[in-house]
Write a protein that binds this ligand. Structure first.
Ligand code: ATP
Length: 447
């Protein structure tokens, strides 16, 4: 993980927030390469949800919502983690991470711990100029509630009928007590959530449907299948509102951990909002003449965790003669840069021809032009950035209008007509298959 973190900083994938001031803990900034990957993941998710399903529509709700929303959702009362403080070093820990002995001590300094207290994970703020209890508001800890409170609006304005879904991507905030593992658990993160409203008696079959769809999504990201699995929540893990819940887990270097949840939330949310807002959130089925409160099947994915999965899965080091080759085997579909264009040398018209090819390709893809350093160095830089193809203009280009295309994964080079480059890149984005390679994290897995 340390190697990946240092690559992410060095190459501009991810930086610590406010680093020049010593850093803001558990908040991260996405650099030039990172933001491209993140946008690609979000775009792929949006397409898979909103564009590929005629019965799903999009939404972008405000981060700050009416405070009653969080009373109705149960977050004000119940979104707590039990925590203890060390009276000596003042560090704070989740109570369930402290070994249960008669006199538990601080794991860091051996100091005396306070009794367990409940710590609400929502960030509080004040809206307007006066800071009093009437102006309290919260930064949303999940995007889902923005969807539930707009259920009637969407129903009445979009002509959808049940079953239908509402999808949203947006920031969420949690004052996590023990953040960590890089961007896995942070205090500000992005969620990609889709809430699907169904007849109660059809909830189980829709749950099966969405489980299949969501698993397939991770395959489309080009993730190694042996590193993804399902985890079903047992009775003591199940949230009070959920009937059945499954998580998609990825095998991170720190162990199998949750990426995304697919949950049957029953009619809990719409019932609560009916109760707290006084607005009837039931649905009238014109065909069967039945009125009911829909059940909700939720698919809730973390964008940052999905990105960490992509990065961990892609990172590889291959032994070389002088130094190891670090290569990010990111699927071309989500790779931040699809191709780099180089002139072999800075003379004989090669930079000019390379610039023309670059200008043409950049109308369709994110491409990068580089004429500095030896060709080997330029390849290595692109391997670390996860760029699938390096296109080089050489002396033969002027003769037959071909270039060499070097494949990131195999390092094989072939000559391609310049007119075929666009089709070649598009095809690889559709059909990419990663090669079988050694799993360098194998030894460091924690079960
Ligand atoms: P965990 O048990 O890991 O705290 P959770 O069960 O509380 O997660 P949910 O409330 O189901 O998570 O949120 C849905 C998704 O949002 C998670 O699967 C995860 O991908 C993402 N997520 C939740 N909390 C964080 C966080 N602190 N940092 C980054 N992503 C998060």
């Amino acid at each position: 993980m340390e190697k990946l973190m240092s690559l992410c900083k060095r190459r501009g994938f991810i930086y610590q927030s406010s680093e020049i001031y010593g850093g803001q803990s558990a908040c991260w900034d996405f650099g030039p390469l990172g933001v491209e990957i993140k946008n690609n993941i979000k775009q792929l998710w949006w397409t898979a949800m909103v564009h590929e399903n005629e019965n799903i529509v999009g939404l972008d709700a405000a981060i700050i919502m009416h405070p009653r929303v969080w009373e109705a959702s149960g977050h004000v009362e119940g979104f707590h983690d039990p925590m203890v403080d060390c009276k000596d070093c003042k560090r704070r820990f989740k109570a369930d991470t402290i070994p249960q002995t008669i006199n538990p001590r601080c794991p860091e300094c051996g100091g005396v711990l306070t009794d367990i207290r409940q710590f609400n994970l929502m960030f509080k703020t004040n809206v307007g100029p006066v800071e009093d209890s009437a102006s309290i508001a919260y930064l949303r800890p999940e995007t889902a509630q923005g969807i539930y409170v707009n259920f009637l609006n969407v129903l009445n304005s979009s002509r959808q009928k049940i079953p239908f879904g509402i999808a949203q991507i947006g920031k969420a905030f949690r004052n996590e007590i023990t953040p960590g593992n890089f961007i896995f658990r942070s205090r500000e993160f992005e969620q990609m959530e889709m809430q699907f409203f169904v007849r109660p008696d059809e909830a189980d079959s829709w749950m099966d449907h969405w489980r299949k769809q969501r698993f397939e999504f991770h395959n489309r990201l080009g993730i190694r299948p042996e590193r993804i699995r399902w985890h079903e929540h047992g009775p003591d893990e199940l949230a009070h509102y959920a009937r059945t819940a499954f998580d998609i887990q990825y095998r991170f270097p720190f162990g199998w951990s949750e990426l995304e949840g697919v949950h049957n939330r029953t009619d809990y949310d719409l019932k609560r909002h009916t109760e707290y807002s006084g607005k009837d959130m039931s649905y009238f089925d014109q065909e069967t003449k039945e009125r009911y409160i829909p059940y909700i099947i939720e698919t809730s994915a973390g964008c940052d965790r999905t990105m960490l999965q992509v990065l961990v899965d892609a990172y590889e080091e291959e032994p070389g003669e002088k130094e190891n080759r670090v290569v990010m085997r990111i699927s071309p579909l989500i790779a931040p840069v699809k191709a780099a264009v180089f002139p072999l040398v800075r003379r004989d018209g090669m930079p000019e021809r390379a610039q023309e090819i670059y200008q043409e390709l950049k109308r369709y893809f994110t491409v990068f032009y580089d004429e500095n350093g030896t060709i080997g160095r330029r390849y290595r830089r692109m391997d670390e950035a996860g760029t699938p193809y390096c296109i080089t203009v050489d002396s033969q280009t002027a003769l037959d209008d071909t270039v060499t295309v070097r494949d990131r994964d195999t390092m094989a080079q072939e000559r391609v007509k310049t007119g075929d480059l666009k089709a070649m890149i598009s095809k690889s984005m559709e059909e990419y298959r990663r090669p079988d390679t050694v799993d360098i994290f194998e030894d460091s897995y924690v079960e």
